[in-house]
Ligand binder design. Structure first.
Ligand SMILES: [Zn+2]
Length: 97
């Protein structure tokens, strides 16, 4: 019991110090995802750009489709198709007090 309490404080303390950095990194990554071109699911060209939140359009074939707010597809399948490293909610579960 006592040992656990001490450990918990230590973890949350360390997490507090890291939290700002993690958030900033995530925001920066999201911003980058939002702006850069993505792979088109219909013609496979990297010409998909965000038109609006959750709306994407391929400039190559003209396909408009709904997707994620910050990237065309769900982050999981998207990562698998493009092989790009995507930061996915790091340390989120540590929020439990
Ligand atoms: Zn296309």
């Amino acid at each position: 019991m006592m040992a656990r309490k001490t450990k918990k404080t230590g973890i949350s303390g360390r997490f507090g110090a890291r939290y700002g950095v993690t958030i900033r990194k995530r925001i920066r990554d999201v911003e980058r995802e939002k702006v850069k071109k993505h792979l088109c699911p219909s013609c496979n060209h990297k010409a998909v750009k965000r038109v609006d939140t959750g709306i994407w359009r391929c400039r190559k074939c003209g396909t408009t489709f709904a997707g994620g707010a910050y990237r065309p597809m769900g982050s999981r399948s998207f990562r698998r198709t493009t092989q790009e490293p995507v930061l996915e909610k790091p340390d989120e579960e540590a929020e439990e007090e």
